[in-house]
Design a protein around this ligand. Structure first.
Ligand code: C2E
Ligand code: MG
Ligand code: MG
Length: 727
């Protein structure tokens, strides 16, 4: 039976056997070393220095080991040499003396020789007969006989005497040498003894060894330094230059490619590829940051440059002004004269802004018909505004475009660093807010951002949210204000006025929420509802047998520009079953004066439906009276501001009179709004005004109340008639 795939017990696998323990530890050590090298020697330079230093250290260590392991050998060799020299001298001297005692001066000279401690001559019986050390004379070296026998065996060879207790009393001494001496003159035989001073010899050799080591170390250090320098010059420096070049992209190309070797070739190839990449990157950046039509920077590059200007101003202190210039009616230029003409207008504007630019200023096209300008180093908000209005004036100078003479209106929103914000993004948003305000103020306006504009924007957002909800929940109401015929006192019509009962803020006036609805586009739904409700209500009153009246509905500029306005009205009239003669639209004078040709077309279509058109707030919009002829209007409504002063006894009546006469001359009837007193009413009647509307006749009221008012129409009329009688 066999057992397959049976794993080993973990203990068995993990426990290194005694045999495997050492290689495992070695592997661990090598791995640790590698890790340490990888963390500490990251640069090429440190690796080279580390390597050379290690080689030097190993060489010095090996030399040290060699010097100290051969020390004993050298010591013995040196001792042999010294003893051998003394022996040779003694042998030569012995050949000439008569008796061993005569060798005394020779022994004394040998005893004084360097590293020889003592020299002595002993007789055959071992008694010392002459010595360099007087205290030794007469002493016996009897136990040395065996040694002497050895010496006899090889007379020429100096032998170390192993036992010298009798001589020194200090035990065996390595430096003792003995030899047989034949004294040919006397025929004696003697033993010459030489003691080498091993301590001093060892000390000398030790000093020599340390000196050798010191020189070796110094030489190794010098060699490492020299090799390091050479390696650095030949290999490391070029590679480092190459690395720096690769890191810094373009800087250092010349330095890296000056080497004529392979490194230079690599550097040149790198330089070429960097250059190509940099060129195409620069081309792309240029395309991405430039507006193709005007050659100015675009919004993205403007923001970056503006941020740079802010950073500069922050460092050196000072103001930076930023303005957004919007071309008025640019869409109309495109629509009526074509896109090529629109392009020319943009290019002309760009040229003007470039022409007016001071050193350090930034000009860019940041939107379809919007240009941004940064004024650097200005002293005050007034200076910035002055420069902005200079630009607006320059753009507004009349010019020819083909056969046409044009005058380009513009307006400006402006913001200042640091008081309006410290960040390019925030400042641009603030300039945008100021621009919306400038657009409301009209052509030529230069509006400086103020904090309140921002607060107003927050409030607007809140109103917009609430209004959307109110429209969805059908919380809006229509009130009706009567219009009365001056001659008969009869109610001839009513103006439908929208009301918004806000659950927290009470009634919010239309002058607050209608502009918000216009900005957000919500006004389209609003108008649709007002039209529908007014038609429904009017039809209801007619069905209830009340006097037939015309109900006027206010429409906004946005409604007037919508192509589907005529269809919406036609559909509403059909759906509610109301005859068109009972519906009137009120458009303000300023609305019809913008884009006159388009508006005339729309008004004609509406008029052809059979509904009446009244021009509201007449007299406030500076309309060219010449246009009035062309407008298919049924009624002019004199603005409340003129009615206010009409009965003051001075010249307040002049303008209303001109309007009334003019309207009548054109076959248009006149209604005066905001009539609050009998005096005003009387004056208007005197001037020939056809109808009146105002608190004097009746306030805007909810449908039920208006119904009662209409039902009792003669009563209302009586009041008017009574006033007329009184006058
Ligand atoms: P408007 O069309 O000129 O409306 C006349 C405004 O004058 C109304 O203000 C009315 O309440 C007020 N008024 C009438 N008689 C007198 C008077 O004797 N004395 C004074 N001091 N004021 C009088 P209201 O209802 O606040 O509407 C303001 C403006 O809001 C309107 O001016 C109109 O432009 C706009 N609006 C009102 N309802 C609508 C609507 O349904 N759609 C649109 N698009 N705009 C509307
Ligand atoms: Mg009105
Ligand atoms: Mg009005």
């Amino acid at each position: 039976m066999s057992v397959e795939c049976e794993g080993e017990a973990p203990e068995t696998r993990n426990e290194p056997s005694g045999k495997d323990g050492a290689p495992a530890r070695a592997r661990a050590f090598v791995a640790g070393l590698r890790r340490s090298v990888a963390t500490h020697f990251t640069s090429l330079r440190s690796k080279v220095v580390g390597l050379l230093t290690s080689i030097g250290a190993v060489l010095v260590a090996m030399s040290g080991i060699y010097v100290f392991t051969t020390f004993n050998q050298n010591l013995a060799h040196e001792a042999d040499l010294r003893a051998g020299a003394a022996r040779d001298v003694l042998i030569h001297a012995a050949a000439r003396v008569q008796a061993s005692g005569e060798l005394e001066p020779i022994l004394s000279a040998i005893g004084n020789a360097p590293y020889i401690a003592e020299a002595a001559i002993a007789g055959r019986d071992g008694t010392i007969v002459a010595s360099s050390h007087a205290a030794w004379n007469g002493r016996s070296i009897a136990p040395v006989a065996t040694t002497l026998a050895d010496v006899a065996a090889d007379r020429r060879r100096p032998l170390a005497i192993e036992t010298q207790r009798q001589l020194t009393g200090a035990g065996a001494y390595d430096g003792d040498y003995a030899i047989w001496l034949d004294l040919p003159q006397s025929g004696e035989q003697a033993v010459a003894i030489v003691r080498v001073d091993m301590e001093r010899l060892a000390a000398r050799l030790t000093t020599k060894a340390w000196n050798t080591m010191t020189w070796l170390t110094i030489t190794a250090i010098l060699a490492i330094l020299t090799i390091s320098m050479l390696v650095h010059r030949i290999v490391v420096a070029p590679i480092e230059a190459l690395r720096d070049f690769a890191r810094n992209y373009r800087r250092g190309a010349a330095e890296a490619s000056q080497h004529g070797d392979e490194i230079g070739i690599v550097a040149q190839a790198l330089a070429a590829s960097f250059q190509a990449a940099a060129d195409s990157e620069a081309r792309l950046t240029n395309i991405a940051s430039t507006d193709g039509l005007t050659g100015l920077g675009n919004r993205g590059s403007f923001k970056v440059q503006f941020a740079g200007a802010i950073a500069d101003a922050e460092r050196r202190g000072g103001l930076v002004g930023m303005m957004i210039l919007n071309l008025g009616g640019f869409k109309d230029v495109n629509d009526t004269l074509g896109h090529d003409a629109g392009d020319l207008v943009l290019q002309r504007t760009a040229d003007i802004l470039k022409g007016c630019r001071r050193e350090g200023d930034i000009v860019a096209r940041i939107g379809g018909d919007e240009f941004g300008v940064v004024f650097n180093g200005i002293k005050s908000a007034d200076e910035a505004l002055e420069m902005a209005s200079r630009l607006v004036r320059a753009v507004g100078v009349p010019f020819r475009l083909g056969a046409q003479e044009l005058q380009q209106a513009s307006c400006v929103g402006m913001t200042l660093f640091p008081q309006d914000g410290r960040d390019a993004e925030v400042l641009m948003k603030n300039a945008d807010l100021a621009l919306s305000r400038a657009k409301q103020e009209g052509a030529g306006a230069c509006v400086l951002y103020r904090h309140e504009l921002h607060l107003r924007a927050i409030e607007r957002n809140q109103i917009e949210r609430d209004l959307r909800a109110a429209v969805a929940r059908q919380e809006l109401k229509l009130y009706y204000q009567p219009k009365v015929d001056v001659a008969t006192g009869q109610i001839t019509g009513a103006e439908a006025l929208i009301r918004w009962p806000h659950e927290e803020r009470g009634f919010i006036p239309p002058s607050v929420f209608i502009p918000v609805a216009e900005r957000s586009g919500l006004v389209v739904d609003l108008t649709r509802w007002v039209l529908d409700e007014a038609c429904r209500q009017n039809r209801q009153w007619q069905d209830d047998g009340l006097p037939r009246i015309t109900v006027a509905v206010n429409v906004s500029a946005i409604d007037l520009r919508r192509a589907d306005l005529t269809d919406t009205i036609a559909n509403t009239l059909i759906a509610r079953g109301l005859s068109p003669q009972y519906l009137e639209l009120e458009v303000t004078e300023s609305m019809v004066m913008e884009d006159v040709d388009t508006v005339i077309g729309t008004l004609r279509r509406l008029r052809s439906l059979g509904i009446g058109i009244g021009i509201d707030d007449f007299g406030t919009g500076y309309s060219s009276l010449a246009y009035l002829k062309r407008f298919p209007v049924k009624r002019l409504k004199i603005d409340r501001s003129f009615v206010n002063d009409i009965a003051d006894g001075r010249e307040g009546h002049i303008i209303p009179k001109v309007i009334i006469d003019l309207a009548h001359a054109l076959g248009v009837s006149v209604v005066a709004e905001g009539v609050e007193s009998a005096d005003q009413f009387d004056k208007l009647r005197e001037l020939g005004c056809d109808e009146v509307q105002g608190y004097f006749m009746g306030r805007p009221m909810p449908p039920a109340e208006f119904e009662v008012f209409l039902r009792n129409s003669p009563a209302g009329a009586r009041r008017v008639a009574a006033s007329g009688n009184a006058a």
